[in-house]
Design a protein around this ligand. Structure first.
Ligand code: SF4
Ligand code: SF4
Length: 360
């Protein structure tokens, strides 16, 4: 399993994690099989969304003996009513449910406590305001019951505020080929990268709709996962699966060839304004100077919001700096999106190398 660092938490996560929402109503044996198969493949990040007792008990059985090997999240704000999911902002109720989650999962802490499903401005203010769930999360962190604080949601304005707040270490956000056409999404991901907020990509298949894309040839699960993992700040992607065969389809990413991971042929179908804009697909390689073109442009784009230590470190670890560009233009002939790579390389060199040891 390839691993990445989850932003400023410093946690190491496998690039494929697991969303467990589709395990809500499946038999315990299946839940145990899916979790064990995932761990055997190197998955170490498990998002635990719901508060339903049977779901937590099943996951608790599946996690038995694995706690030291895996990262577990919990969601503050996920409650139950008549057996169904209900969003709650009642602090006392959420604290009780959080302790129930710990007990049923057989653990004393979660690695990330998410302020769950927060999308509207008024709700964000309530959650982060005095006496809100944000205060509960901070207290749980102080008491050692939550290592880090996250926020999960789907809307750019609220997520952007959370990223800028300094309170939230991790953002779990819907991120997929079709949703990324929405204005502001890319800036949000770059802001996460610049602020050191670890990004968890959820809904990589847009709830499955991407895989049934009408009459056109739909993208493969591997292409969807590859796209999510190519975006700024993304540390892991958490596909939801309901059985071992769906898990296998997601894990196929790990053994897929570069050709199978290449999403450049499908991205234009979902994002109309891709011309001239780099989607970090690396379809333009090889580069005679050994430059990782997609990653270099991604880091440079993220640095528009400021060059954080993490961005500088990632740039320094690249096999070749942008200043090594020979301006041969080979990559530009191969780029399906007419990106002016030479200008991008000049810009990256200006941003990252002006005061660094690498010569311009
Ligand atoms: S320059 Fe073009 S081909 Fe290269 S990574 Fe960017 S979008 Fe992909
Ligand atoms: S133009 Fe620069 S980045 Fe592109 S292939 Fe040539 S040397 Fe590499």
């Amino acid at each position: 399993m390839q691993t990445r660092t989850l932003g400023r938490t410093g946690l190491t996560v496998g690039v494929i994690g697991l969303g467990t929402e589709y395990l809500l109503d499946v038999p315990r044996g299946t839940v145990v099989s899916v979790v064990r198969q995932a761990v055997a493949a190197g998955v170490n990040y498990f998002d635990v969304l719901f508060a339903q007792p049977h779901y937590l008990d099943n996951l608790g059985a599946a996690f038995q003996g694995l706690r030291e090997k895996i990262l577990i999240t919990g969601h503050l704000g996920s409650a139950v009513q008549d057996g169904q999911y209900r969003r709650s902002r009642d602090v006392r109720e959420c604290e009780e449910l959080f302790h129930d989650l710990l007990r049923r999962l057989g653990t004393e802490y979660v690695d990330v406590a998410f302020l769950s499903n927060c999308d509207e401005q008024a709700d964000y203010e309530r959650v982060m305001g005095p006496g809100g769930l944000g205060e509960l999360a901070v207290r749980l962190q102080r008491e050692g019951q939550a290592r880090f604080i996250g926020l999960s949601g789907h809307q750019v304005p609220v997520a952007s505020k959370a990223v800028a707040s300094g309170v939230v270490d991790v953002l779990m956000h819907s991120l997929n080929l079709s949703g990324d056409a929405t204005p502001g999404r890319k800036q949000l991901y770059h802001a996460c990268a610049a602020q050191g907020v670890g990004l968890i990509a959820m809904k990589p298949f847009a709830g499955g709709s991407l895989l049934q894309n009408g009459t056109a040839v739909p993208p493969t699960p591997v292409q969807c996962l590859s796209y999510a993992l190519s975006q700024p700040a993304v540390a892991t992607v958490v596909p939801g699966v309901k059985d071992p065969s769906e898990l296998e389809a997601a894990l196929a990413y790990l053994d897929a060839s570069e050709q199978e991971r290449d999403f450049s042929a499908v991205v234009g179908r979902f994002q109309r304004d891709t011309q001239g804009r780099c989607v970090y697909c690396n379809h333009c390689l090889p580069c005679p100077a050994g430059i990782d073109v997609g990653k270099t442009i991604r880091l440079s784009d993220s640095a528009r919001h400021g060059v954080s230590a993490a961005l500088a470190e990632e740039y320094a670890a690249l096999p070749a700096g942008a200043s090594a560009c020979l301006e041969c233009g080979d990559c530009m002939e191969r780029c399906p999106f007419q990106v002016d790579v030479i200008s991008k390389m000049r810009q990256a060199a200006r941003v990252f190398e002006r005061n660094a040891s690498r010569p311009l």
